[in-house]
Design a protein around this ligand. Structure first.
Ligand code: ADP
Length: 447
């Protein structure tokens, strides 16, 4: 009696053990796949194929994958077949899944074309076959039962995972669900790989485009630099001939119109000189000429120097330039930082109709700013700027006024912005027409 019960329990135990083994395999397959990255697709297929076949007692297994652009069917991994099978098979004529000569009497092809699991319990009773190379490889064995599970991504079959049995094999429900789960895992892995690969591709393309852009910019900067140097020479010639005419004692003989022409030439050459100067400066910024970039600059001292260098301009315009609070020390190239201050201060004086143009320099406390930066604010009581021009004025040669209204080339703020960008620093403004402007910019704090 006791013996009978024992005998009855045994097959159930075996079944439970089998199920547990398969569950464990699914867990393992899923863990392995989630840790795999792009180039490991073959490895992923192999890792999945082995338990897929082993735990259901298959004799052979193959993972086929379709490859772009021709939908050709490649062997990605094999089980129970010689190692060289994959390579030799892939070097033979590879089938295009959708070409006319492909018939669906190969189980793997049928699974892909119909996007369904194909189960064949007895090959002899079906009009099905395999590739000659496969049959030759397993000779003298013959396959009786087959299961081919399609791998479907975005509703397109991209491969199969197929297993082969020499002896007849009964496929139960649990085994079918094991096969489906395995196919799902491999689908997810491939999807992840596709995504990673396309992300990597975009990253590469972007890097390449950046390289080209950098090169073009460098060439352009060199061109600007050389051209602006070359332009100085003819300019000097014009200026010296004009001064010869002006110095000539016969000048009094020139009529009003001729004198007017001469003074226009002088103005035009002066303007051209300024433009060339600005272009050279701009090219120098972008050419990234390495100067002493790590000087410690006390902004209080720097401001005194700026005031001194702008004395004539400040006095001529009856302006006042004052520091509202003690300024910090920063790190960078002193001359470049000085040119930023000079530019913003002289703009504040120039674009100003107040009796006493007042320029105030202060630090702005801002908790949202990175701790390695300081924010400086240059406030003026000038004509102000309409909000719609906040961006535009930092563009090269962008001016809001005519030459007659206010002199200038429109390169100053573009140079300031580029200079600051070299330090990863920013510049922005707040302003209102007729109410003055506040230009804010950051610099690297000296800790
Ligand atoms: P430029 O001073 O040579 O004209 P900038 O690049 O320094 O060139 O300035 C661009 C334009 O921005 C100026 O022509 C002017 O219209 C406007 N702008 C700059 N600073 C101020 C300011 N502080 N107040 C009002 N307008 C300004």
């Amino acid at each position: 009696m006791q013996l009978a019960t024992k005998q009855k329990i045994q097959p159930e135990q075996t079944n439970i053990e089998k199920t547990l083994k398969r569950l464990k395999a699914i867990e393992e397959i899923s863990n392995t796949c989630s840790a795999l990255f792009t180039s490991d697709l073959a490895l992923a297929s192999h890792k999945v194929l082995q338990p897929f076949c082993e735990l259901t007692d298959a004799d052979y297994g193959i993972v086929f994958l379709l490859r772009d652009p021709d939908n050709q069917m490649y062997v990605e991994a094999v089980y129970g077949l010689p190692e060289e099978y994959k390579e030799t098979r892939n070097n033979k004529k590879i089938l295009n899944l959708y070409s006319r000569d492909v018939r669906d009497n190969w189980p793997s092809i049928r699974a892909m074309l119909r996007k369904q699991i194909v189960i064949i319990k007895n090959m002899d009773q079906m009009n099905m076959s395999f590739s000659k190379y496969f049959m030759d490889t397993i000779k003298p064995d013959k396959v009786t039962s087959v299961a081919a599970v399609p791998i479907i991504i975005n509703e397109k079959a991209v491969g199969t995972i197929t297993k082969y049995y020499i002896k007849p094999h009964a496929f139960d429900d649990e085994e079918l669900s094991f096969m489906r789960t395995t196919a799902n895992i491999i689908t997810n892995t491939i999807e992840k790989n596709y995504l990673l690969e396309s992300a990597k591709k975009s990253e590469k393309e972007l890097a390449l485009a950046n390289d080209v852009l950098r090169q073009v910019n460098q060439e352009l900067d060199s061109f600007v630099y050389i051209a602006s140097h070359d332009l100085r020479e003819p300019l000097r010639t014009i200026e010296s001939f004009v001064s010869v005419i002006q110095d000539d004692s016969e000048i009094s003989n020139l009529n009003r119109k001729q004198k007017d022409c001469l003074s226009r030439i002088v103005n035009a050459t002066q303007r051209m000189r300024n433009l060339i100067e600005d272009l050279t400066n701009l090219a120098r910024v972008t050419r990234d000429i390495k100067e002493r970039e790590h000087e410690i600059v006390d902004l209080n001292i720097l401001l005194i120097e700026v005031q001194f260098e702008l004395t004539a301009f400040i006095d001529k315009n009856n302006a006042k330039v004052i520091a509202v609070n003690k300024l910090p020390s920063v790190v960078g190239n002193k001359e470049k930082i000085k040119s930023v201050f000079k530019n913003l201060i002289s703009n504040g004086i120039k674009f100003n109709k107040s009796k006493v143009p007042l320029i105030q320099i202060s630090t702005k406390e801002d908790n949202t700013m990175p701790s390695n930066k300081v924010c400086i604010c240059i406030t003026d009581n000038g004509i102000g700027i309409d909000k719609k021009y906040y961006e535009k004025i930092f563009g090269l040669f962008q001016r809001l006024h005519t030459q007659e209204e206010y002199e200038g080339t429109g390169a100053g703020l573009a140079i300031v912005k580029k200079r600051l960008e070299k330090y990863n620093c920013e510049i922005w403004l707040e302003s209102e027409l007729e109410k003055g402007s506040k230009f804010f910019f950051t610099l690297i704090r000296n800790n």
